[in-house]
Design a protein around this ligand. Structure first.
Ligand code: CTP
Length: 424
């Protein structure tokens, strides 16, 4: 079940372009991270970005020359540089994209090296905007951004809110490098052979859960599990990048903070809180994915307020323990017409045993699809970046999902949800 590569960026040629926003100070670290992931990187910097960050830093970190404005029409270049770079790269990431670079690009003005390369490029592009809050809210800039969002080879990352270098607190901050790298990986998975990026979840709403739930025994002790929450968070981001509206209910996560940026999130700790939110949000969802690892047991009367002495622990909790109700099963009874439910099952044993147990669980919980994944093998399950197993559906459908990066599996599960008759 092992796939050849678990690294989505290995050997990919990525052109990193920085334009004039103070967020350009973060670009060298993005370059460094892409290099560590095995990508081949070249950099391009506009004159205003070159005043904010050193081209030498970008050259050193990318192990390549950093291209600047004056290189565009150099007699050293046999082919115009913007064409040579557009032919070389598999993907361009513009981070940050400033207001003036956005204007030139969206209006088709091939002025300067960056706009020329972007306009000549037919493969996937990821663009992360950054500017002052007032500028971001300006109608002219909003109009340019909306126009850019219609380009079919593009993933647009809107700025997030925060303290800006101009001392204003508001929208305009470039999203984190973690999210930009995730979007780059996703763009490769979403791209067709012609470089178009699919947005096939546009108009649909996904409700997903992620991470463990936690049931306290007393102020010091908890009942929980090893779920990191990565699978559910990546499903949420992948669906958003494919155009979906996403609600993510999550327990305590062990994922990079940047992975949550731009998502509508509902942090919870216990199963009761998760259940209340599911009841509220299920009615507006086209698909529900239960990727959360709900803790199995809890105290009927709630947590002991005082720490229980070790000697008395077993006798104190034994009588009071109860099973946490099955949230997925409850949702299946309230399923709306055309709403599709996907569950997960963490299992161990032989392949055939896992498929059999998985199918039993799918039928018991009455979900349309269930991803049965072994957790007793290398590179699968909790706390790792890869996962695999079998996707089980009604009428005996069994689809092998080889071990692959969790983001890639997230996209395959989103494909399967679309194919399973989900309705708007
Ligand atoms: N699930 C749920 N509510 C629970 C337990 C599980 O909604 N109380 C959901 C999980 O989110 C997952 C699926 O059911 O989508 C399978 O979870 P799993 O823990 O594997 O199943 P259990 O029924 O708890 O079985 P096991 O005995 O293997 O723990």
């Amino acid at each position: 079940m092992r796939s050849k590569s678990t690294n989505l960026l290995k050997g990919r040629k990525i052109l990193v372009a920085a334009s004039g926003s103070i967020a350009a100070v973060k670009t060298p670290l993005l370059v460094s991270s892409l290099i560590k992931s095995g990508a081949e990187v070249r950099c391009l910097i506009t004159p205003s970005a070159a005043r904010l960050v050193s081209p030498l830093s970008l050259a050193s970190l990318s192990r390549n020359k950093c291209f600047q404005e004056e290189d565009q029409w150099s007699p050293q270049q046999a082919k115009p540089l913007h064409i040579a770079l557009a032919e070389w790269a598999d993907l361009i990431v513009v981070a940050p994209l400033s207001a003036s670079s956005l204007a030139r690009w969206s209006q088709g003005l091939a002025e300067g090296l960056l706009a020329s390369v972007l306009l000549a490029f037919e493969k996937p592009i990821v663009a992360a905007a950054a500017m002052n809050t007032g500028m971001w809210g300006n109608q002219a800039i909003k109009g340019n951004w909306e126009r850019l969002k219609t380009f079919n080879n593009l993933l647009c990352l809107e700025p997030s809110e925060g303290l800006l270098a101009c001392d204003r607190v508001g929208e305009g901050r470039m999203v984190s490098n973690e999210l930009i790298q995730l979007a780059i990986e996703s763009a490769f998975l979403q791209a067709s052979s012609e470089g178009k990026i699919t947005k096939d979840w546009t108009g649909l709403r996904l409700l997903t859960t992620s991470g463990p739930t936690v049931e306290p025994l007393d102020p010091a002790r908890l009942l929980t599990n090893r779920s990191s929450g990565k699978m559910g968070v990546l499903l949420a981001q992948a669906a958003k990048l494919r155009g979906a509206k996403v609600d993510l209910i999550h327990g305590p996560l062990q994922t990079p903070e940047g992975f949550l940026e731009g998502l509508t999130t509902y942090p919870i700790t216990n199963a009761n809180q998760m259940k209340e939110l599911l009841n509220e949000l299920q009615r507006s969802a086209n698909a529900v994915v239960m990727a959360a690892a709900v803790a199995d047991l809890r105290l009927q009367r709630g947590q002991n307020n005082k720490k229980v002495r070790k000697e008395e622990l077993l006798s104190t909790i034994q009588e009071d323990l109860e099973q946490v109700p099955d949230l997925l099963k409850e949702m299946a009874t309230k399923r709306l017409p055309g709403q599709v439910l996907l569950g997960f099952a963490a299992l161990s044993g032989e392949d055939s045993e896992i498929q059999k147990l998985g199918e039993m669980k799918r039928a018991q919980k009455d979900c349309d699809l269930l991803m049965a994944n072994p957790i007793d093998r290398d590179g699968q399950g909790f706390e790792v970046d890869t996962n695999g197993g079998w996707l089980l559906g009604k009428n005996g459908l069994v689809q092998l999902m080889p071990v692959q990066p969790k983001l890639q599996l997230a996209h395959k599960l989103l494909d399967a949800l679309l194919l399973s008759g989900l309705k708007n």
